[in-house]
Write a protein that binds this ligand. Sequence first.
Ligand code: PLP
Length: 380
Amino acid sequence: MIYLDHAATEPMKECALDALMQASRELYGNASASYGIARAAKSALESARRSLAGYLHADPSGVFFTSGGTESDNQALVAAAEGAGKGHLIVSSIEHEAVLRTAGYLETRGFTVTYLPVDPSGFVSPEDLERDLQEHRDTVLVSVMAANNEVGTIEPVQELSSIAHRHGALFHTDAVQAFGKLDLDVSRDGIDLLSVSAHKIGGPKGTGLLYIRPGISIGALLRGGMQERGRRAGTEAVPAIVSFAAAAKETFREREESNAKMRTLQRHLFEGLKSLHAHVTGPAPGEKRLSNNVSVSFPGIFSDLVLASLDLQGIAASAGSACTTGAVNPSHVILAMTGDEELARGSLRFTLGPENTMEEMDTVLSALKTILCRATCTGK
Ligand code: PLP
């Protein structure tokens, strides 16, 4: 099998699997209890918090463990909005559904939301943000992702956060795809709230974190026990969190090398796809695009047909579109970037991992050549 869907999830790293098994066996105590095995679990939990905070250049007291990116995004938006009581939020139009649907929910609760447009490469314009903040004098929160999950666009979060702060708004970034690939620094980048998910870096599914800048008053989404200092009730998933920290340690140790390797594969795949007349979606490969993202569109050819044929040949990739009840919806990201429904319906996303090889890229290109030839010959 050739796995090219790392943005959806990564295979678990061996070190993360080992850490998960070991912590499940040895650290089964409830971290809130006071006897020895519980204290050991608590100590492992705090050590994971410290090391994960380090990768964000954050104070460990700002790290709160959650069930993943979706929960972190929900908490950032809902708790910030509810804390203010009323007001306005700004999110980019290419956010993940975890942000977009939460913003939609907040609209039903009386908040107003601006969905910021993006340019054809997927970049949010700082001028648009400034203008919208000037028009609305009651913006509570601005949420713009650090890097997009479909097209890999790296947003100018440092510039956007400073504009948000000038207007008295909090700044949240969904760093689910950026964590482990980009250098994120919550102080330098002016980030108040930041979401991370463990399974995107070879950690376990169902674990993540929300960074909340110390001093900011953000409430809980889940109420119950006083775990995570009252900001996230529920017994802490210590083995999964320890495994998350193990995955992060390896990811950051190998980050430069992995990025360089993936950039070489990315360039090769892009060149090959261009020779198959693919329309490249997102920014040109380089500093403003994630190293592992290759997204293209074949206008007039539905992505589900291509993906099904690739799957038959053991190649796992994805569309930039969500498949609901059998119908493929055009990608909201490509639509926001280009307004072109045909491009949005034909969009394909290949997301690489450091274990992929050049030979695999060539196999994918030759499989695609055959599939596209067949599709155009049969008029599909
Ligand atoms: N945000 C982004 C940008 C994502 O890519 C994803 C997952 O695809 C999520 C949020 C949701 O993360 P999780 O699967 O941990 O809930």
